[in-house]
Write a protein that binds this ligand. Structure first.
Ligand code: F6P
Length: 323
C-alpha cells in the first residue's frame, strides 16, 4: 500500500473533518501518500483529487461540514460510473479508498468493493441509521443542537403556557428526535418509524397542561408521516376545542451545521485511524463503527442498504418519563 484516496459523501456531518484529519495523518504515519477527492464520488468521476499533507488537515478538527466538499452522487450507483471512477483511481495508481459517509455513500462503497477495489467505509451521518455501528460520526452533535433548541423553547413556552413543536432532521430515521426528545423531556416524540396521529399528539400535549405542567413540547422528525406542517394544520383547525396555542420551530439544516462535539471528534479520530490500521494489515471492504465502546469492522456487503432499527424501548421510556 502506497497511495490512498479519501472522500466525504452524502449529507455532511459534524466530525467529518476530524475523520479526514485522522485518516490523513494515520496514513502519513504509515509512509503512504494521501489524496483527497473533491465533492465526494463526483471528485472520483471528474478526477478531481489533490494531495493531502499533514499540514493541509491542520486546524480543521473543530470545524463542521467537510473541507473536501460532499455531494449526493447518482452516477456512482451505475456500473458505468463506477468503471470511470475506478479507471481514474488506477491511472493515479491509488491502492485504496476511504469513504466517510452514511447509508447511500456506503452502499456505493460496497459496490466498489464488490468490484474488487480495496475500500474502507467510515460511518458518518447525523441520522445514525447505519447497520454495523451503535453510533455514527455527527449524530451526537445533531442531538445536542436539537436539545439546545428544546431547552430554549421550554423557557419561553413555560412563560406563556404555550405548546411547542420542534421539527428536527431525519427523513427516514427518528433517532435524533428520539434522543433529543428524551434528553429534553418532551411530552411527545414523533418518528418516521412510529407514526402518531395528530389528535394523539394534541391529546398528549393537552394532558400535560391538565397535569399541571407549564409547558408542553413535541419533537417531530421531519420524515414522519405527520410532519410539523400536518400537525400545525390540525392544531389550527381545532384550536377552539384544544384550548391552547401551538408554535412550530423547524430546525432544518441548522441541526447539521456547526461545531462537532468532543464525542464526535474523538469517534472520528478513532474510526479514521482504525480504517488505516486495518488497511495496513491487508483488510478491505469493511465499515468502521463502534460497538459497546470498541471500534468494530463490519463487512460492507453486510451493512450496505440495511438500516439500523430504532430502539422502540426508548420510545416507551420517553412516554413513561413524560408523565
Ligand atoms: O444526511 C442526512 C440528512 O441530514 C437527513 O437527516 C435529512 O433528512 C437529509 O439529509 C436532508 O438532505 P439534504 O441536505 O440533501 O436536503
Amino acid at each position: 500500500m502506497q497511495r490512498i484516496a479519501i472522500l466525504t459523501s452524502g449529507g455532511d456531518a459534524p466530525g467529518m473533518n476530524a475523520a479526514i484529519r485522522a485518516t490523513t495523518r494515520a496514513a502519513i504515519a504509515q509512509g503512504w501518500d494521501v489524496f483527497g477527492a473533491r465533492n465526494g464520488y463526483d471528485g472520483l468521476l471528474a478526477d478531481d483529487l489533490s494531495p493531502l499533507l499533514a499540514r493541509d488537515v491542520g486546524g480543521i478538527i473543530q470545524r463542521g461540514g467537510t473541507v473536501l466538499g460532499s455531494a449526493r452522487c447518482v452516477e456512482i450507483r451505475e456500473s458505468a460510473g463506477r468503471a470511470k471512477a475506478l479507471a481514474n483511481l488506477a491511472r493515479r495508481k491509488i491502492d485504496a479508498l476511504i469513504v466517510i459517509g452514511g447509508n447511500g455513500s456506503q452502499t456505493a462503497s460496497s459496490l466498489l468493493a464488490k468490484e474488487g477495489f480495496p475500500v474502507m467505509g467510515i460511518a458518518s451521518t447525523i441520522d445514525n441509521d447505519l447497520y454495523g455501528t451503535d453510533v455514527t460520526i455527527g449524530v451526537d452533535t445533531a442531538v445536542n443542537v436539537t436539545l439546545e433548541a428544546i431547552d430554549r423553547l421550554r423557557t419561553t413556552g413555560s412563560s406563556l403556557q404555550r405548546a411547542f413543536l420542534v421539527e428536527t432532521m431525519g427523513r427516514n430515521c427518528g433517532y435524533i428526535a428520539l434522543m433529543a426528545g428524551i434528553a429534553g423531556g418532551a411530552e411527545v416524540i414523533v418518528t418516521p418509524e412510529h407514526p402518531v396521529e395528530p389528535q394523539v399528539v394534541a391529546a398528549r400535549l393537552r394532558a400535560a397542561y391538565d397535569r399541571g405542567k407549564t409547558h408542553a413540547i413535541a419533537v417531530v422528525a421531519e420524515g414522519s408521516h405527520h410532519d410539523a406542517e400536518a400537525l400545525l394544520q390540525h392544531f389550527d383547525e381545532h384550536q377552539d376545542t384544544l384550548g391552547f396555542e401551538l408554535r412550530v420551530t423547524r430546525l432544518g439544516h441548522v441541526v447539521r451545521g456547526g461545531v462537532p462535539t468532543a464525542f464526535d471528534r474523538v469517534l472520528a479520530t478513532r474510526l479514521g485511524a482504525a480504517a488505516v490500521e486495518r488497511l495496513a494489515r491487508g483488510e478491505k471492504g469493511m465499515l468502521m463503527g463502534l460497538s459497546g465502546g470498541e471500534v468494530v469492522a463490519t463487512p460492507l456487503e453486510e451493512s450496505a442498504g440495511r438500516a439500523k432499527p430504532l430502539d422502540m424501548n426508548l420510545l416507551d421510556l420517553a412516554r413513561v418519563m413524560a408523565q
